[in-house]
Ligand binder design. Structure first.
Ligand SMILES: Cc1cc2nc3c(=O)[nH]c(=O)nc-3n(C[C@H](O)[C@H](O)[C@H](O)COP(=O)(O)OP(=O)(O)OC[C@H]3O[C@@H](n4cnc5c(N)ncnc54)[C@H](O)[C@@H]3O)c2cc1C
Length: 390
């Protein structure tokens, strides 16, 4: 690759990983621009009420801390051992980072990436077998005034996450019959049932679909809600194998808060506490919404036997999938853990790099940033995270 100072780098997405990637790029003297479709840490606004299970020390870097301390040496950051909520993490770390002098003028919020191609090149064109660098990327952007423009870059760091694309509840990961209509009245994200959404869920019958940590958080919160309002009734449906343990526990899990969540959700499921009914081996066939606030009928099979439920609320915590449309005119395939793509200079970092697998931790994302920049600079020993904070 060409010399770093002469390369234009685009970072897509101002989540935790996009912000840190932009900071890293600046620290090595690159020319970087970051584009975010919403606000800083936009997707954390969806789950801001959830307490993170990794402590702040694992969710921040020496580069980020140094950038904040350079601007304000007396700034107090949360202790490394603190477990912040998503909102606290966004407000106390991500937003100040975006406003730091290091990143000033480098971030364009309310700017959506629509598509990326290469100048004078199409996906169907043969790959040149020369050492000549490929033509630059052309990025189509749209701002809040609906104005579109093209900018060109040599390197793309796609950090757009997955939360903008919820998965669907039907068998084979396609929508269940009726879901595309009913989805407007269902919820696919973490739900603050003990806070801002309490009135919507208290005393209601609720189906929760999904067997991961997000569903487990929802289940635990609904059980707490049921202690206050006994009429709250939850039916938890997972597709996992016949077992009383919906969440497999990670042996000797280093993240104790994550393990505690799994233990509590598993115990609620096996004991039926918290007004909870739990079914494994469930397949959802159909969902009918009777109208806004008029309830749902959900039909499916439990262990092969047909079942149907009439409920007032449906929460689908069934995971998310990466948006593949951005790079569809490039050799960028569905990510499955690797940061490198077949398209030279196009990297997928952060939660998007895990594709549909939700088990991504920020700590891994920082290591991805480090590795991406060793490839970009051609310096295998480059590691700005292993230096003492300035
Ligand atoms: C409830 C919950 C709790 C979690 N708790 C932890 C935890 O305790 N510890 C931990 O390490 N991880 C945790 N995670 C996992 C993960 O670290 C977070 O999801 C984290 O936000 C991922 O960071 P990211 O930068 O990869 O993606 P995101 O935070 O999703 O950021 C992507 C950004 O890209 C933007 N974007 C998307 N599409 C476009 C586009 N076309 N154009 C422009 N911008 C776009 C989005 O608006 C967003 O701001 C948790 C996740 C969830 C959902």
């Amino acid at each position: 690759m060409s010399k770093v100072g002469t390369q234009r780098i685009a970072v897509f997405g101002a989540g935790p990983i996009g912000l840190e990637a932009a900071l890293y790029a600046l620290a090595i003297g690159a020319d970087v621009q970051l584009f975010e479709m919403g606000q800083i840490g936009e997707q954390l606004l969806r789950w801001g009420f959830v307490r993170m299970f990794s402590p702040f020390g694992m969710n921040s870097t020496n580069l980020g801390r140094a950038a904040l301390h350079r601007d304000q040496p007396t700034r107090e950051l949360p202790p490394d051992s603190d477990f912040l909520t998503g909102t606290e993490y966004r407000e106390q770390y991500l937003v100040p980072l975006a406003e730091s002098s290091a990143l000033r003028g480098r971030i364009q919020t309310q700017t959506r990436i629509l598509a990326v191609g290469r100048t004078g090149w199409r996906k169907s064109d043969p790959i040149p077998h020369t050492r000549k660098p490929l033509p630059p990327f052309r990025v189509l952007l749209r701002d809040t005034n609906n104005l579109e423009r093209i900018e060109t870059f040599d390197v793309i760091l796609d950090c757009t996450g997955t939360l903008t694309r919820p998965s669907t509840i039907g068998d084979g990961n396609i929508p269940a019959i009726g879901e595309t209509t009913a989805s407007a009245h269902m919820t696919y994200w973490p739900v603050d049932v003990l806070g801002s959404q309490r009135a919507h869920y208290a005393g209601k019958s609720i189906i929760v679909i999904g067997g991961g940590y997000t569903a487990a958080t929802t289940i635990c919160d609904l059980a707490t809600l049921a202690e206050d309002d006994q009429a709250t009734w939850t039916i938890w449906l997972t597709r996992g194998p016949r077992s009383s343990q919906p969440l497999p526990r990670i042996p000797a899990d280093p993240l104790k808060e994550r393990d505690r969540l799994a233990v509590r959700a598993n115990s609620l499921a096996s004991r039926g506490d918290g007004n909870l009914e739990f079914h494994t081996q469930t397949v959802i066939d159909e969902v009918t919404c009777h109208g806004p606030d008029q309830g749902f009928c959900v039909r499916g099979r439990v262990g092969g036997k047909p079942m149907s439920w009439d409920v007032e609320r449906v929460i689908a915590n069934v995971g998310y999938r990466p948006d593949l449309s951005i790079g569809s005119e490039l050799r960028v395939h569905e990510p499955t853990g690797s940061i490198e793509t077949e398209e030279p200079g196009y990297f997928v970092l952060g939660s998007k790099s895990h594709g549909r697998d939700a088990n991504f931790l920020l700590r891994e994302g920082y290591d991805q940033i480090r590795r991406a920049f060793t490839a970009i600079t051609g310096k295998p020993g480059l590691d700005l995270y292993n230096q003492k904070a300035a």
